[in-house]
Design a protein around this ligand. Sequence first.
Ligand SMILES: C[S@@+](CC[C@H](N)C(=O)[O-])C[C@H]1O[C@@H](n2cnc3c(N)ncnc32)[C@H](O)[C@@H]1O
Length: 396
Amino acid sequence: MSDSQTVSAAVAKLYNTYPFPPEPLLDEPPPGYNWRWNWLAAYNFCTNQKPQKQDIRVLDAGCGTGVGTEYLVHLNPQAAVVGIDLSVGALAVAKERCQRSGANRVEFHHLSIYDVEQLAGEFDFINCVGVLHHLPDPIRGIQALAKKLAPGGLMHIFVYGELGRWEIRLMQKAIALLQGDKRGDYRDGVQVGRQVFSSLPENNRIVKYEKQRWAMENKRDECFADMYVHPQEIDYNVETLFELIDASGLEFIGFSNPGFWQLDRLLGKAPELVERAKNLNERQLYRLIELLDPEVTHYEFFLGRPPIINADWSDHNALLSAIPERNPCIDGFPSQCIFNYDYQIVNLSELELAFLQACDAQATVAEILASVQLGLDGVKTLIKQQLVMLTSNEKC
Ligand SMILES: C[S@@+](CC[C@H](N)C(=O)[O-])C[C@H]1O[C@@H](n2cnc3c(N)ncnc32)[C@H](O)[C@@H]1O
């Protein structure tokens, strides 16, 4: 076996012992949503417009026990979904999970990301959450996935960040030292780790961090093992993250938690510093933000295979003739107080509410504005907040 195969075998063994994530199986669709798994909302986030098609092919790469896969099926009613994973144990849970909740537009394959070319065809949307950092060669992994992304397609990725996982890495190394040649026995690792935590002083830095950030989820051994006794983990910073992204050959569209990546929230009290930062390029700016706020435990972002066309709707004729629809991830509608796609509370004016109510996927912006006096600036605000998504209606 090559080194890489030995690592992959160790990773598969971990997840066969502790399939992850350990969310309970339900006999109905899972509650709530994550907009990043909703093709319409994700596409609108990335391009500022509704996608042209919804009968898409979705790949959940490293699907684990299928928590994300199940959402991908239920949130995208016209999609055909494929889940792949290295762990037979995790796949067995994923299959049962989807079967029980009626998520039947899905097939699963016991396949490494490295071998994804064995799947037929291309995918419009690839989701790869919590996986690439566990590959011995993440660049090989992302390149294999990139080859399967259709032109105009999107990839959603989540990888670990080194700054916010510093204490976790220390604990991982400590457990490995204490395990000695029992390393690779994951049940033993969990037991050793739990003993360490219960014997360290209460004000110990690693204990405090664990209590503050992770203790709730780590009550489950699957989560504890995933965090502290993993045989393979590569953590990123902004610089190494962009090396990975550049190697994919895909376009970086943006972080899917853009609120974090705003310098104003850190240096807003010093406008002269914000002004100085305008000399930085995008990556330097992101680096500055993480240096000033080193809580980054992970990066989540979208990549795309060109052509990815970002609509700006500055042409008023184009905007007036476009057809608006409500973002499918709005919750609590119709009401003046709703949750937006990212589950943030939004208070609507009466006119905004009336406009959103008139969005029936048929009427154009101009037709709705004829009876709802919101004005084009009001419509632009709704677009900016991603409460509506638009389909161009211009004759080519
Ligand atoms: C932390 S879990 C994430 C599961 C799922 N994506 C989620 O977020 O709920 C990581 C998963 O990646 C799988 N994995 C690791 N290396 C892989 C590879 N080379 N190819 C396919 N799956 C892999 C593991 O077996 C495990 O199920």
